[in-house]
Design a protein around this ligand. Structure first.
Ligand SMILES: Cc1cc2nc3c(=O)[nH]c(=O)nc-3n(C[C@H](O)[C@H](O)[C@H](O)COP(=O)(O)O)c2cc1C
Length: 362
């Protein structure tokens, strides 16, 4: 099966089937409500800088697609909306364009539609090993990218019979690519990144990590559906078994931030409240993919509507936590309960003193 065809399958399944996680770890995190914020909502400043450019609020649409002619419209709708609202955007894996240059325009159209926002390229770690570090510059040039995400999706690859599970050498390839023209972002795709891997990535020269943790789109789940469709019962069982495997997103944010990384919190970030929780937990940015897929198949104004809903909820959460700007939100008090708290405690974090780890990472 070609890379482009597989990508269309993924989009169809994500649109038609329930592909999200078994539990929602952001429900275990609550920001402390302030009944007397003593600021006017209108004076709240939610702006931030990311990759040298200003965003209206700390958010990005993370990489989904490109590579098949039918995906160009989705990418353009996402890009037009991200540009209008003022958030960052990632493209999906550019591997298909390396295999067939005719589909390059399904990616480059993003920069044409969004001239001034941060755009992030995308390639899998296994492809990076194969192609060598020079490929990063090529991918960046294709879309005038501000950074390139190297995605780590070994869970998904493990569930596909055709999966590429040659993980050896990935860290060396990331190290070799990390002093190129544009920064590298290490990115999971729904299973999260732990502190051990974050420390190794930082040591290899990566500064930004998109945790893409457990709690949102399950790529093991998507592959389970694909396996069922082609009558591959064994892979379907595997996909369902590993459905909720991984580091829950809020835990992954704390683990990577405590290691010193600049963190993008994604994986089940389903509202502006989850973005606000992410910033309080130590992330620089929140991000999401799946919630923007259906709007992007409809039109750019539908994507703008979805982004504005995130922005409004984010600014409201800032108001109700008495956070006039992002540095105030970064130190807003929060509580962590339930399974997420237990995991954090078992991993050695004192959930009552999480801010101490945040201070250590600065
Ligand atoms: C349709 C679709 C396609 C995706 N394709 C890619 C991809 O090519 N490269 C990548 O790094 N992540 C890809 N992702 C993963 C997302 O960027 C994100 O990490 C993951 O879906 C978790 O975020 P969510 O829960 O908000 O969807 C894709 C996600 C979706 C929904």
């Amino acid at each position: 099966m070609t890379t482009a065809k597989r990508k269309l399958d993924h989009i169809r399944i994500c649109l038609d089937r329930g592909v999200e996680g078994g539990w929602q770890p952001f429900e275990d995190v609550a920001l402390v409500h302030r009944a007397l914020p003593e600021i006017d909502a209108a004076e709240i400043d939610s702006r931030c800088r990311f990759l040298g450019k200003e965003l209206a609020f700390p958010f990005m649409i993370t990489g989904m697609t490109g590579g098949h002619p039918e995906t160009k419209e989705i990418n353009v709708n996402l890009a037009l909306a991200a540009q209008e609202v003022g958030v960052a955007m990632g493209v999906g894996s550019q591997r298909a364009a390396l295999e067939n240059s005719e589909v390059e325009e399904t990616f480059s159209a993003v920069r044409d539609a969004a001239p001034t926002i941060p755009i992030i390229g995308n390639i899998g770690a296994v492809q990076l090993v194969r192609e060598g570090p020079e490929v990063i510059d090529r991918l960046a040039e294709m879309i005038e990218a501000d950074a390139v995400a190297v995605h780590l999706n070994f869970l998904q690859e493990s569930v596909q019979p055709e999966g590429e599970t040659e993980a050896r050498g990935a860290m060396a390839a990331i190290r070799a690519a990390s002093d190129g023209r544009v920064p590298i972002i290490a990115k999971e795709t729904g299973a999260g990144i732990c502190r051990e891997d974050a420390l190794a990535l930082l040591e290899a020269g990566v500064e930004v990590i998109d945790v893409a943790g457990m709690g949102g789109t399950s790529w093991s789940g998507v592959e389970a559906y694909r396996a069922e469709e082609r009558g591959d019962g064994e892979s379907a069982v595997m996909g369902r078994l590993f459905w909720s495997w991984g580091v829950p997103t809020p835990v992954s944010v704390v683990e990577c931030a405590s290691a010193g990384a600049e963190v993008i919190s994604s994986g089940g970030v389903r509202s502006g409240i989850d973005v606000a929780k992410s910033i309080a937990l130590g992330a620089r940015l929140g991000g999401a993919a799946l919630p923007f897929l259906r709007p992007a198949t409809e039109g750019s104004s539908e994507v703008v509507g979805a982004l504005r809903a995130y922005e409004r909820a984010f600014r409201t959460a800032m108001f109700l936590t008495a956070s006039r700007d992002l540095s105030a939100l970064e130190s807003a008090p929060f509580i962590v309960v339930g399974r997420t708290r237990e995991i954090l405690e078992e991993r050695g974090f004192d959930s009552k003193k999480l801010s101490i780890y945040r201070e250590m990472s600065r």
